[in-house]
Design a protein. Structure first.
Length: 322
């Protein structure tokens, strides 16, 4: 089968298209003929092993996983023994971290993994970007225990995580302030934001409004900068460890003061999560934002674009004859 592979860590150019062995289905597995996948922040970090810490999990000198790709959509080609929830011919989407393998024509995923049927009327390309950024957003929101009527600010509201967060927060009934650049103000308004702040025109941290939760969806701010935005018992939640790796430490330290605190949740993903997003898509509460499409043969260009930091929502890769 055809796949995007890399034999070493490095820039986008370490990735190339090659023929590799088709994965073998074992008991409890589902074999998916991938029709669409994405290139996202996770793929970029794993490909380059940045930060270096990743190497302790993926191979110190060279990567143990040659084929990256976390989220996907496609057709079930075969199932292993004991699998009853899926059958050949089912159209499915899902998230395959930490196994990866979605940047290929076929992948295997445990039947109990993050896998669900594609909602009726959705194409493979529309379904593929439904889980990676969205599951991080959901983890951040659930960690903060956001409730109906609370005030939440989302910094970086147009990335995969931020654009999902705005929609998920509105579904919960929160009052959402979205921070983004000038050209995306209309987009975040359509996603449901009640208020928008153009960070190119003003410093969002001088906002006079106070928030129950501030979500840094791009990992480019800090608790120190955003602290003044929080209500007395408000929470700052980051999607990244922070410039000095401070967020995990602050998660342990700030609750001791009994006031404003930092939360740094570890995301959870399972079959329930995939089904949850399926339901949200079916009801119209969530729709992944798609920026660009590339064929698998041009995945290096997709990596280059994602690493500009300018993408809006998701970058989708079509695989095979999708």
């Amino acid at each position: 089968m055809e796949a995007a592979v890399r034999a070493r860590y490095g820039p986008p150019e370490v990735v190339s298209i090659a023929e590799v062995e088709k994965p073998v289905v074992k008991d409890g597995d589902v074999l998916v003929n991938v029709r669409a996948t994405t290139v996202n922040r996770t793929d970029c970090a794993m490909r380059a092993a940045q930060p270096f810490l990743w190497r302790f999990f993926t191979g110190l000198v060279r990567p143990r996983i040659p084929v990256l790709g976390t989220e996907f959509a496609g057709d079930v080609e075969a199932v292993g023994g004991g699998v009853t929830a899926f059958k050949p011919g089912d159209k499915v989407f899902g998230y395959n971290d930490p196994i990866f393998g979605a940047h290929a024509e076929y992948l295997v995923i445990p039947h109990s993994g993050t896998l669900a049927l594609i909602p009726d009327g959705l194409t493979y390309e529309e379904a593929a970007p439904s889980t990676e950024g969205a599951h991080y957003a959901l983890s951040l929101i659930r960690s903060a225990k956001v409730r109906d009527g609370q005030d939440v600010l989302v910094y970086g509201a147009t990335g995969a995580i931020g654009s999902a967060a705005v929609q998920l927060l509105k579904h919960l009934g929160a009052n959402v302030t979205a921070v983004c650049g000038t050209k995306h103000l209309d987009l975040v308004g359509r996603l449901g934001a009640d208020k928008t702040v153009d960070y190119t025109a003003t410093d969002f941290t001088v906002d006079e409004q106070k928030y129950d939760v501030v979500i840094d969806a791009v990992g480019k701010s800090t608790f120190g900068r955003c602290r003044r935005l929080l209500k007395p018992r408000g929470s700052y939640i980051a999607s990244d460890v922070g410039p000095m790796w401070q967020n995990p430490v602050l998660t342990l330290v700030t609750p001791l003061s009994g006031g404003r605190r930092v939360r740094f949740p570890l995301p959870k993903h399972d079959a329930e999560m995939a089904r949850h997003f399926r339901e949200l898509i079916e009801t119209g509460a969530f729709k992944p934002v798609i920026d660009r499409h590339y064929p698998l043969a041009e995945i290096v260009d997709a990596y280059r674009y994602v690493e500009t930091g300018q993408k809006t929502g998701n970058v989708v890769i079509t695989v095979g004859g999708s």
